[in-house]
Design a protein around this ligand. Structure first.
Ligand code: SF4
Length: 425
């Protein structure tokens, strides 16, 4: 569809779409509230059909395997609503204030395996190198092989070109950084994303966090995560408190500040030490601890990254018993799911999403090259999609690209990582 046709269709259908959104809202979301199956109904408190009236509406047409579908993206200041208006088999509501996200199919129980319109989340690396040292060393297991030597920097214009090539259902961008001062355009990128209706998030170490960048993150980020390294946990705890307090006191908002910590058998002593600190109230301002499965890539190439079921169960049980809010990367989704079922807590599985790369999320490196996730960049080096040299837009190739289709259709990836052996033993 050309830009003019899309504008015309948008005008013609806008009223119709508003009605569909209202219907979906009433039928699906309120029903779910009644069924008490939503984790946090309060997240929808300010999403009323009335608030849809001032929304920006974008219409798209997709053809996948001979099936044509039309899509509407309804973007308000507080929410993003995505709907397949032809088959009514894909609905997504994202709350830009709380980060709460729900996706459903024809019924609330249906779980669409991918979004034919485009990814909801993009992980965009905006800088390599210039990595601030933590405890006078670069991260021992950096999966990107980053060091303090100068690397590559994505400009604001390049960043905008990439993001504007995505369909507007893109609701979150995770900006991949080394230090918060390593890309001079970072503040402008975060500010522009907000204006464009997308929430920007990032992970930092805190090693180069000054007051100026603290203000930037607290004003424009949806959420921040702080990496917690062995022998540098105080840097992590202090950074969490600084971000949480500044967001609350200076910007009057409750920004989610999480902790990222690598999990594998080799890191269990560090993990249990940190979880005990959280239990003892030594990490004020922390929302959730998010555990990321170690992968044998970059400087961790030769590292034994296995994680035993016994250790994962121990961590989950400790968090549940001590009321610690916790999460995992999607690479660990299937492991966590199995353990929750064994624990008799399968109701918590609705919050788990196993690997969704090339289905719901996508990765773009500092050169504008697209691969399913950041850990498999080297695997798909030759078939990566180039979004910077030329006029390719992600929205034009998302549903048809051979590499992405091959990846999303592989047998294993709905359960396990298709590239690395991450299943617990
Ligand atoms: S492909 Fe593997 S490493 Fe990448 S996100 Fe999926 S499970 Fe994780």
């Amino acid at each position: 569809m050309t830009a003019e046709e899309a504008t015309e269709a948008s005008k013609k259908m806008s009223e119709e779409i508003r009605l569909v959104v209202e219907r979906c809202f009433n039928e699906y979301v309120r029903q779910s509230f009644d069924a008490k199956s939503m984790p946090d109904p309060k997240a929808y408190a300010n999403f009323t059909p009335a608030s849809v009236k001032d929304a920006r509406i974008q219409i798209y047409r997709r053809e996948v395997d001979g099936v044509v579908s039309e899509w509407a993206v309804v973007d308000t200041d507080t929410h993003k609503f995505v709907i397949n208006t032809s088959q009514l088999d894909y609905f997504q509501i994202f709350n830009k204030t709380t980060g709460f996200n729900v996706r459903m199919g024809k019924t609330f129980e249906d779980d669409p395996s991918w979004c034919p319109l485009g990814p909801e989340i993009a992980d965009i690396e905006v800088v390599t190198g210039s990595c601030p040292k933590v405890n006078s060393e670069n991260c021992r297991w950096c999966y990107k092989n980053n060091t303090s030597a100068a690397g590559k920097v994505m400009t604001l214009e390049q960043f905008k070109k990439i993001v504007m090539g995505f369909p507007r259902n893109l609701s979150q961008v995770a900006l991949g950084i080394t230090g918060v001062k390593s890309n001079p355009y970072l503040a402008d990128m975060l500010k522009w994303l907000r204006e464009y209706g997308i929430v920007g998030n990032l992970t930092l170490t805190g090693a180069d966090l000054d007051d100026e960048m603290t203000d930037v993150l607290c004003q424009y980020c949806g959420a921040c995560a702080v990496s917690c390294y062995d022998k540098a946990k105080d840097l992590c705890y202090n950074t969490i408190k600084k971000l949480h307090d500044t967001a609350r006191e200076k910007f009057k908002r409750n920004m989610s500040v999480n902790m990222h910590i690598v999990i594998a058998d080799f890191s269990m002593t560090h993990i249990m030490d940190v979880l005990n600190d959280i239990k003892d109230g030594k990490v004020p301002g922390l929302k959730s601890v998010v555990m990321l499965h170690a992968k044998p890539v970059g400087r961790a190439k030769n590292l034994d990254c296995s994680l035993s079921k016994e250790n994962l169960t121990k961590v989950m049980k400790f968090c549940l018993d001590n009321d610690i809010s916790f999460g995992f990367d999607s690479c660990n989704g299937h492991n966590v799911q199995d353990i929750l079922v064994e624990m008799g807590k399968s109701h918590l599985c609705t919050s788990i999403e196993p690997c969704e790369s090339a289905r719901i999320s996508i990765y773009c490196n500092v050169e504008g090259k697209i691969t399913p996730c950041s850990f498999v960049e080297h695997v798909f080096e030759d078939s990566a999609i180039d979004l910077l040299n030329g006029n390719t837009k992600l929205m034009d190739v998302w549903a048809t690209d051979k590499m992405l289709n091959g990846f999303r259709k592989c047998n294993k990836c709905s359960t396990s990582c298709p590239i690395y052996a991450l299943d617990c033993k």
